[in-house]
Design a protein around this ligand. Structure first.
Ligand code: GYE
Length: 345
């Protein structure tokens, strides 16, 4: 046993030597010196910056606009972008981030599809001296492992949705408000935040009850499937297990458009059902102005310009804020729709 342990140690030591040799070779050959080799506050012309970006996929119009914003902003700032689409798989994101490390990009940024499972790869990036910016969704990891977060405040978005519902219901004397929730991707920070924020507003009023919640994965197809199932079980009524559905809270517009598809296909009127959505893509705003929705909470996908500013700050050795939230507003049935501007996505 002792002998085998010695063998493992020797091979381990030679393995370390090989890795060091490869690393040194890459370092010498590498034409983009790692930013931590540079003097602090040295302004780095952005044409020399390389940003490795891992995007989760293209599950919604919001995501598509988010991607466009990042690509456009990198071009505008002359930052070389290595972009990877993870096709909704965390393992693809981990592979992409590791490839960015080997390539020795200057900065890594990524949208974490779920909150957990990032500590090891973030440690690897830190060990390689490559700073990481978390984009759009947040993670559960040691904050010292990444430079900062830029994105939405899901908790506040959920609170805004519930505040609209409470204000609307305060005007009528309904003794009970039954709510069905179309949830975003399970274990994503944005779905968790939107769920917790909504509940934080209604938790002390017994009239409000979330009678059913299902994960629709932020997908239009899943939003339709869930509503189809509800309508089949209730024989075409907007009811769940015998309870009237007074309100629907959907974590994103794609799922909302899917449930509207279902109501339209089955010719189920929803005039007295309060429907609240999040994102504010054009089709959802159009549904609001047509009276199909009552409230749409904005989630701003245009993160590109601010992200590139943060990349340049980091690349010059400056600190960036640990958290940067985007400005977001709320659109409701009470607005003057003539003041609305095109959403661009
Ligand atoms: O609401 C949804 C997208 O992470 C905030 O993900 C984003 C969410 C957004 O699929 O449309």
């Amino acid at each position: 046993m002792k002998h085998s342990t010695k063998v493992i140690l020797i091979s381990g030591f030679s393995l370390i030597l090989v890795i060091l040799a490869v690393f040194l070779f890459i370092k010498i050959r590498g034409n983009t010196a790692n930013i931590f080799d540079r003097q602090k506050n040295e302004e780095i012309p952005s044409e020399r910056l390389i940003l490795g970006f891992s995007q989760i996929g293209s599950e919604s119009a919001w995501r598509t606009r988010n991607t466009q914003s990042i690509i456009e902003a990198a071009e505008a700032k002359n930052i070389q972008l290595i972009f990877d689409d993870a096709q909704q798989k965390q393992e693809n994101q981990l592979k992409a981030i590791r490839s960015f490390i080997v390539y020795q990009v200057d900065v890594i940024a990524f949208v974490p599809i779920v909150e957990d499972g990032w500590d090891n790869v973030l440690q690897e990036a830190k060990d390689a001296g490559i700073p990481v910016i978390i984009v759009d969704r947040q993670i559960k990891a040691d904050p010292s492992l990444y430079a900062g977060f830029l994105g939405e405040n899901g908790f506040e978005e959920g609170r805004s949705a519930a505040k609209f519902l409470v204000e609307k219901c305060a005007k009528d004397n309904r003794y009970r408000i039954n709510i069905v929730e179309f949830s975003g991707t399970e274990n994503s920070s944005v779905a968790t935040g939107r769920a917790e924020g909504f509940r934080s507003v209604i938790k002390d009023d017994p009239r409000y009850n979330i009678i059913y919640s299902e994960d629709g994965d932020f997908l239009r197809s899943r939003g339709k499937e869930i509503m189809d199932k509800i309508l089949v079980e209730s024989k075409g009524q907007l009811m769940y297990k015998g309870h009237k559905i007074d309100a629907i809270y959907s974590h994103n517009d794609s799922m909302t458009l899917g449930l509207l598809d279902s109501l339209k296909q089955k010719q189920v009127p929803a005039n007295d059902t309060i429907i609240i959505s999040i994102d504010a893509e054009q089709k959802s705003i159009d549904a609001l102005t047509q009276g199909k929705l009552n409230c749409v909470v904005e989630c701003n996908p245009n993160l590109g310009p601010i992200l590139m500013e943060l990349v340049k700050q980091i690349a010059s050795g400056k600190e960036i804020p640990k958290v940067t939230y985007m400005h977001e507003s709320v659109f409701t049935e009470n607005d003057d729709f003539s003041l609305y501007k095109p959403r661009g996505y």
